[in-house]
Design a protein. Sequence first.
Length: 185
Amino acid sequence: MQKKGREKRGQVSTEYLVIIGFVLIVLVPVTIIYIRYTGSTQDVVGGAKTSYLASEIVKAANEVYAYGQDSQKKIKLNFPDGIESVAFQGKEIVFKFKDSKGRTSEIVEVADVSFRNTFVPVTPGQKDLIIRSLGVSVAVTIACNMNPPETKAGDATMCNALCTPPRSSCTLVCVNKAWTAQSCA
């Protein structure tokens, strides 16, 4: 009688181990596939958000250009993780996006107007951008604070973008929540 009880417990233990083994054989590949596709999905979403950023900036640039010199528009945009740089090259805005596998791709949008080369930080998070018509071109800058009014010495990139004709030094003053160049030298 004791032998049959031991055999049953041994059989139950063996069946239990077989079931656990089968579950692990199924679970490990499913987990690996899930991790791979989760990374791919995040890359697709990040790329789509970056493409949306570029199209919104281009749309605003075309709009303020159509309204004429000194018109501006403020847009709020949320920068996703993975953006390495933003470059304004003629009529193109070029975002460099790095995916979870370390590959870099470029997302390019073309406007009807030339961009002045300005610096826009690419840290993740929400940013207030000011798109301002300079007559024959458009400048994209980060919004400034008017309370109290900000004034600062401009670096070569900002002065080059905001002075007409482009200059290497200037004083930047916050006017209507946008940086305006004064005393261009």
